[in-house]
Design a protein around this ligand. Sequence first.
Ligand code: ADP
Ligand code: MG
Length: 365
Amino acid sequence: MSSEDRRQKTEDGTAADAPGPSSVLSSLSSVGVRIDGVSKHYGDITAVDGVSLEVEAGSFVSLLGPSGCGKTTLLRLVGGFEQPDGGTIFIGGVDVTNKPPQARPTAMVFQSYALFPTMTVGKNVGYGLTVRGEKRAVVRDCVERALERVDLRGMADRPVGALSGGQQQRVALARALAVEPAVLLFDEPLSNLDLALREATRAELKTLQKELGTTSLYVTHDQSEALALSDRIAVMREGRIVEEGTPEQLYHEPESAYVARFLGGSNVIKNVVLAEQLTGTTPPAGKVLAVRPEDLEALGERVEGAALAQFLSRQFLGTHAEWAIEAEGVSLRLWAPPTREAPERLYVRAKRHRWVQAENTSAPS
Ligand code: ADP
Ligand code: MG
């Protein structure tokens, strides 16, 4: 029997090779994913526009971008829930472009969890295994171990509907893990949790992924989530990948104004006069200035060459205060010590800056 014959698929899309009970959750062999020139249209809408991306075996890669930029569609293409109009998808070196979800070694954790509310936790987690005909004892064993992985030991007999949102999120994760996927696909799995729980769960997810070493493709619109979790981030815009790199690369050395703004909230300054005043240098051709709010320095007294600015307003943010100021008619955000008194007029300079590619299409500013 080929491994493909042994694979089955649940309605919610979990799938994997049939597990050897002894190996479950302990030796997930990871494989890479290669997306090669993939496009997907819905009528006139181009949801994914010629995307190529390499996800190395065992790595954690995020697709980051604003709502509607094509993240979910790209993830669903990898999971086999959508067919591309063009391009090829390889998993573990195998062309899976035309294979259905059940023939791919992937499992997806959905934004909505997609649990069966009337079933117990155990039945939900074991669903994929039961569907593919595993023995009851094997299912029970796998379920218990998957639940342990997500800190829900002993919860198998609870009705899933009685669990909190955070616990349901863990059940959804356990269900994906139980089928021992080679590739985990996450669609904003933390977005329904409140901030404190989201941050705690994020840290646990990171630990778990490192332990398991399962190749992970993770969709989010939350830049701090992408920075915290990822080995690499692909920043998306309007169906395309704008930039791809490590969190540190994209954060410290963005190439485009779009990424400078999206990852770290840089001020993007097209005004040449202001750019010269802030940096003391002339902008390179075709480039605009990116300065993070924490890198704008408010000087107490007049400094030759620094930009004169008007103070507009201040938000106290605990560790710092964010000032809204205006210089040369350009609105800027600047981080100051939280207790610092804001003067009406001030001189500003950039402690650090980066020249980035100007945006050529409409973008939020
Ligand atoms: P994201 O996950 O980044 O928010 P999506 O991949 O869900 O973005 O959507 C990308 C674009 O494709 C959007 O314009 C969206 O409206 C459109 N889209 C997604 N799925 C469908 C569909 N099934 N039918 C029609 N349009 C769709
Ligand atoms: Mg989405």
